[in-house]
Write a new protein. Structure first.
Length: 205
């Protein structure tokens, strides 16, 4: 394992393995926040993975991306997450935890965001407990985008409260969804990554 480090904007050093975690969170955020544009598809198509569950998901996603047009992914994204009235899946913590949108999990998240100095992006209309937004927040907390990179303990607290409680279930649903073609391996990647994060935080505790 490499032990090289990168310096955050505030001078804090970040280990390479944490930068890789942040990069994976960012990739999930990009793919789940909106249908990927052609340049994103080309980037994804160039990825390669190892023989692990996560690596197999990455390799499968790259293979699908190489044979998928931007318009087809947009149709799939719309069917999965938007639909006529609603999509096949509702990627929100509140819905997965309570069965309704805009419930206590969202209020709890907003309180935690305020404590950490994370401001809502006014250009994003979705509630903050959307899976893409939470992945983006995790990446930022690791990198120190919102200030000092969080300690492992504080990352664990945020992850356990707002992500681990429901994201593994969501990613399993995404992997198995009827409309998932491009997004089936995205679900596999997310599911495998959540398992790794849960185990890693458990070992750090």
């Amino acid at each position: 394992m490499s032990h090289s480090r990168q310096t955050a904007s505030n001078g804090e050093s970040i280990a390479e393995e944490d930068l890789l975690r942040a990069g994976l969170y960012s990739t999930l955020a990009t793919l789940l926040s909106a249908p990927p544009a052609e340049d994103t598809l080309r980037t994804v198509a160039a990825l390669s993975g190892d023989a692990s569950d996560l690596g197999e998901g990455i390799s499968a996603l790259a293979t699908v991306a190489r044979g998928t047009a931007e318009a087809a992914v947009k149709r799939e994204y719309d069917a999965l997450f938007i639909g006529l009235g609603r999509g096949e899946l509702l990627p929100y913590a509140s819905f997965y935890l309570t069965g309704f949108l805009n419930e206590k999990p969202l209020a709890r998240l907003r309180g935690h965001m305020a404590e950490l100095g994370i401001e809502r992006n006014p250009d994003v209309k979705e509630p903050e407990d959307h899976i893409a937004t939470l992945c983006d927040m995790m990446a930022g907390l690791i990198r120190g985008t919102f200030g000092t990179p969080l300690s492992v303990e504080d990352q664990h607290a945020f992850f356990n409260t707002h992500v681990a409680t429901w994201a593994p279930h969501f990613f399993k649903d995404l992997e198995a969804a009827k409309g998932s073609v491009f997004y089936a391996p995205v679900g596999k990647i997310g599911r495998a990554f959540m398992e790794i994060e849960i185990e890693a935080f458990r070992m750090e505790a």
